[in-house]
Design a protein around this ligand. Structure first.
Ligand code: 13P
Length: 312
């Protein structure tokens, strides 16, 4: 095995992400909405020698075709490549998009037992104190197994079933944006590894006709991001990665966004190809091409795995 591959394969994900943050190298995270997407994403990573996460959320399982956390782990075990990827459990909400309390504790334990490499607890719909309490608990369980934890502060809207306020209103008002001082306190008190922030990003819809529609082209408030990164000093995460204006994405990476979650764009490509060709391998090809295009021409991070290995 080549040196860089061996180095990355042996490194812990927490170390890889800290290195990525220190050198402003993006690690994109691709949502697995359907199991056959796993080999397709990995193929694109191999072709471009890029390090990324594969991730799966509750809606990927309950609303689309990811089936279960176990099924995705099994697919990752079969097709994943440790020198180019790891598996992340996305969004375990304490209160979900419908306002229902979720048994977050069992879902986190399930991922830890299955051997996921990182997990995300999302207490962002809770008051700050309670979000801190729950996140601290998850950090203590996960760190005991060497697993890193992502949490969220602020409101990344879009998964709720009701209509969203107009995007320009969200962006201009800064309503729901992560408060930089709260973020500093949150990171210090919880010991969380990565923090998902709200700076103008919104999730693509997961219900109704909107889930098939093109997402609004979001922008990011980079000045606000700078204030958050100054207070936190940990890798920051941008949810709702599909369809953000490229110039904002590149600037955000320069200012501490280390992980960007991409769901809608690659899911829609998979579904559209499947509808048209009625053939899973055509849908897989479409996903591999889309992931490659994002890596090469949108994030401009082709070859990131070698650079990461150099700095590790
Ligand atoms: P998009 O579906 O908008 O790309 O967001 C994905 C995401 O943030 C998953 O957590």
């Amino acid at each position: 095995m080549e040196d860089w591959k061996e180095k990355l394969a042996k490194a812990s994900l927490c170390d890889i992400m800290r290195t990525a943050f220190a050198h402003r190298i993006l690690v994109p995270a691709f949502n697995v909405a359907y199991l056959p997407m796993v080999p397709a994403i990995v193929e694109a990573l191999r072709r471009t020698e890029t390090f990324a996460l594969l991730e799966v959320s509750r809606p990927d399982i309950t609303r689309f075709g990811a089936q279960s956390f176990r099924a995705v782990k099994e697919a990752f075990d079969e097709f994943g490549d440790f020198s180019l990827s790891r598996l992340h459990q996305d969004h375990v909400p304490v209160i979900d998009e419908e306002g229902q309390f979720v048994d977050w504790s069992s879902l986190i334990d399930e991922a830890l037992e299955l051997g996921y490499h990182s997990v995300m607890i999302d207490g962002s719909r809770l008051p700050l104190e309670e979000n801190i309490k729950v996140t601290k608990e998850v950090v203590s369980r996960a760190h005991a197994r060497g697993v890193c934890v992502e949490a969220e502060l602020g409101a990344v809207l879009g998964h709720e079933s009701g209509p969203l306020p107009p995007y320009e209103e969200i962006f201009a008002s800064g309503k729901g944006f992560t408060n930089p001082e709260d973020a500093g306190r949150f990171v210090r008190e919880t010991g969380v590894d990565w923090l998902s922030v709200a700076i103008g990003n919104i999730h693509g819809a997961i219900t109704g006709a909107a889930k098939d529609a093109k997402k609004v082209e979001a922008r990011l408030n980079i000045e606000h991001l700078k204030k958050i990164v100054a207070q936190t000093g940990v890798p920051l995460v941008l949810h709702g990665g599909s369809g953000i204006k490229k110039e904002y994405v590149l600037e955000a990476i320069r200012h501490g966004i280390t992980k960007i979650n991409v769901g809608t764009e690659i899911r829609q490509v998979y579904e559209a190809a499947l509808r048209k060709e009625r053939d899973t391998s055509a849908a897989q090809r479409a996903v591999a091409e889309k992931v490659e295009e994002l890596i090469v021409t949108y994030y401009e991070i082709q070859g990131s795995a070698r650079r990461l290995a150099e700095y590790l």
